[in-house]
Design a protein. Structure first.
Length: 245
């Protein structure tokens, strides 16, 4: 009985230590796949892609997820990718915060040329958990799928049950384990964890002291996105030049 108690205590300490820290993600966009999916694009828009990316298919950027069992915050990393060397790319505003204890969200997102502050209660995505397994950054992960009906995206997520927090990258959350990887529309965009730092967080989960932007709830934000996407399709242009895929 004493041995069992010691093992249980050690396991509890290990889990507790792992449920606070920062996840480093690499976000890769495959522009050729995105372009091929958009049959509505004009010839000029396709030529613009070719010129902008010089025939390259993938583009990488780095993001961070600060997390504990009460909250999470997802944002850009200061790390620069090899692709960005020599370019002065301005990163769009991106702060995605989830308060699991209070059941609220506060997101600061730049889209369609404006900055939006989305404040609402948390609405867990309608995940379907499958039996597939995959190793991501040294963690055995289970598969889950969900659909974004506004952006017409099929999203596959891989979550680690040994990290018992329901946080994740981008705007995703709500699984019984930390989301280590997401695949949007069969590999058009892949966000994958490369490493996890377990450390005590101090101010990393705080929102910016000054937040400027148009305030919306989640429903109004999704309605705005749907209208913008519809307009760009009519114009034969890619809506994701000015909004996150």
């Amino acid at each position: 009985m004493r041995l069992f108690s010691v093992i249980f205590l050690l396991f509890s300490i290990t889990v507790s230590a792992q449920t606070e820290g920062v996840v480093h993600y690499t976000r890769t966009t495959y522009w050729t796949k995105m372009m091929n999916q958009m049959t509505f694009l004009s010839k000029q828009e396709k030529e613009r892609y070719t010129y902008m990316f010089g025939g390259r298919d993938d583009w990488q950027e780095y993001t961070l997820l600060y997390f504990n069992d009460k909250a999470s915050k997802y944002t850009h990393s200061d790390e620069k990718s090899a692709e960005s060397e020599g370019y002065d790319w301005r990163k769009e505003q991106l702060v995605i915060r989830r308060d699991f204890e209070k059941g609220t969200m506060t997101d600061i997102i730049e889209a369609a040329g404006k900055t939006y502050i989305i404040e609402d209660s948390l609405r867990t995505p309608n995940w379907k958990i499958l039996n597939d397994l995959k190793d991501v950054a040294g963690h055995i992960c289970m598969k889950a799928v969900v659909e974004d009906t506004v952006k017409k995206q099929k999203i596959v997520a891989w979550f680690a049950q040994d990290l018992p927090v329901n946080a994740g990258p981008e705007r995703l959350f709500g699984l019984p384990g930390l989301i280590m990887e997401i695949d949007i529309n069969d590999g058009t965009v892949v966000v994958s964890a490369t490493r996890i730092e377990t450390k005590k967080l101090t101010q990393e989960l705080d929102l910016p002291k000054k937040m400027k932007g148009t305030r919306l709830n989640e429903t109004a934000y999704q309605q705005m996105l749907a209208k913008f996407i519809k307009e760009k399709i009519k114009e034969e242009r890619n809506p994701y030049w000015t909004m996150r895929y």
